[in-house]
Ligand binder design. Structure first.
Ligand code: UGA
Length: 440
């Protein structure tokens, strides 16, 4: 393995997982962040975010093998790195486009440091950015503030991430592909050196091509979800089980069974933001995407299906409704764009009392949903509830049966994620409605 030193700017889940995973391969990694608390935590091998396996990984690469350090010092990071990943947030602006403020100001600072530094370094954009950003925004800023020339004095590439929260470390270790968009062959080869031990195709493309691949991938996956959710809504009317339909669809290798789980819609920090950004871009280019518009529209309505199903069973006003699961998906404490937010707020506006339980997201959820009660167990949330909605498919909810729901005052159960054994529940006197199925 060639000795390449890596710098990572931004220790969000992408930056930190990337840094720690490269350190795990044996590379020396320095992570830069502006938040002192995070830097201190990382240096003590304490993960500042919840991510499966990250604790063990940090213990190994920070404490035992001493391959990863975190710092607040930009100059030190640059001096000790050959390849520098930029993994800063790109939040949504009000019109759906992305906000490049963090990236631009960081690149300016990097350029200023580079001005008085020797040696060829390669900068790599890891953040999800609109096609053209690396070439038209990052490159000119780096050149302007460093006084140096891209392709001669420094390299530049775009290397999107395809990590799923909760599975990020295993996704990093076993990617389906690595995409490296580079301004020239030298930049490509500098980044490729880091991935030589990976057993997958490494695609070389332009920086704009790599940026587009990331948006197209997330938008396609989101399209699969909205598609199956729409099929699920039709299945409900016909008494067909959407899981059987998805299974049959997925047997076709051209379709694949993945991302065909019907539910209450997609959330998280990526799909909603990325689909909106690509849609906004298509409009700007006068090529307005009809598919992406439909994907977003379906996803906006999908959480409301849970409420509609519940209203088919009872009047919500004044009732106590339990929500099981709040995080946007299981195995994370992330509440960004979680369907639970829409559902809880709608229930509140209809006059319900909402009591929720999430195995991990309680603290993050309290910040975004301060007006509901947050319980410490499913049992506590279910006690005396008139109805329950399963919102996130945490594994522990799979095992819930009529015995657990007997603690409720009412008998109404909405399974928004298709995890419960509805036959067992109906046999024991419960009224059950399931997304994508209409139990008799
Ligand atoms: C997503 C992509 O899957 C990653 O490849 C990408 O790197 C990442 O965004 C990103 O851009 O950083 P993530 O947001 O962590 O990853 O979550 P997913 O596991 O993809 O789930 C997204 C949403 O879709 C969740 O709300 C989930 O519940 C929902 N979903 C997923 C479904 O409703 N049905 C499915 O079949 C699959």
């Amino acid at each position: 393995m060639e000795k390449v030193r890596i710098g990572v700017i931004g220790t969000g889940y992408v930056g930190l997982v990337t840094g720690a995973s490269f350190a795990n391969i044996g590379f020396e990694v320095m992570c830069l962040d502006v938040v002192e608390k995070k830097v201190n935590m990382i240096n003590q091998a304490i993960p500042p975010i919840f991510e499966n396996g990250l604790q063990d990984l940090l213990t190994d690469v920070v404490k035992e093998r001493k391959l990863l350090t975190a710092t607040l010092n930009r100059r030190e990071t640059l001096e000790k790195s050959d390849v520098i990943f930029i993994a800063l947030p790109t939040p949504s602006s009000a019109d759906g486009s992305i906000d490049l403020t963090y990236i631009k100001s960081e690149v300016e600072e990097l350029g200023k440091e580079l001005r008085t530094m020797d040696g060829y370094k390669t900068f790599v954009v890891k953040s999800t950015v609109i096609p053209g950003t690396t070439k038209n925004v990052v490159l000119p800023l780096l050149e302007k503030y460093s006084g140096k020339k891209a392709g001669i004095d420094f390299g530049l590439a775009m290397n999107p991430e395809f990590l799923m929260e909760g599975l990020a470390i295993s996704n990093f270790q076993k990617p389906d592909r690595v995409v490296i968009g580079a301004i020239d062959d030298r930049s490509f080869n500098e980044v490729k050196k880091l991935y030589l031990s990976f057993n997958c195709e490494i695609q070389q493309t332009t920086t704009s091509g790599a940026e587009m691949i990331k948006y197209a991938a997330n938008s396609f996956l989101a399209t699969k979800i909205s598609y199956i959710n729409e099929i699920a809504n039709i299945c409900e009317e016909l008494g067909i089980d959407v899981s059987e339909v998805a299974y049959g669809l997925g047997l076709d290798e051209r379709i694949s069974p993945k991302f065909l789980r019907a539910g209450l819609g997609f959330g998280g920090s990526c799909f909603p933001k990325d689909v909106k950004a690509l849609y906004a871009l298509s409009k700007d280019l006068n090529r307005t995407s009809k598919i992406l518009s439909a994907v977003l529209g379906i996803n906006e309505l999908q959480p409301m299906r849970a409420i509609q199903l519940l209203e088919g069973l009872m009047d919500i006003k004044g009732k106590r409704v339990a929500l099981l699961g709040l995080a946007f998906k299981p195995d994370t404490d992330d509440m960004r764009e979680a369907p639970s937010i829409v559902i809880a707020n709608e229930l509140l506006s209809k006059g319900a009392v909402v009591v929720a339980y999430d195995p991990i997201a309680k603290d993050t959820a309290m910040a975004v949903l301060p007006n509901i009660t947050h319980s410490n167990s499913a049992e506590e949330a279910l006690k005396d509830a008139d109805a329950v909605i399963v919102v996130t498919e945490w594994k522990e909810f799979n095992n819930l049966s009529s015995k657990d729901f007997a603690i409720m005052r009412g008998k109404n159960i909405i399974d928004g994620r298709r995890v419960l054994d509805w036959k067992e529940l109906i046999n024991n006197g419960f009224n059950v409605k399931v997304i994508g199925q209409s139990p008799p």
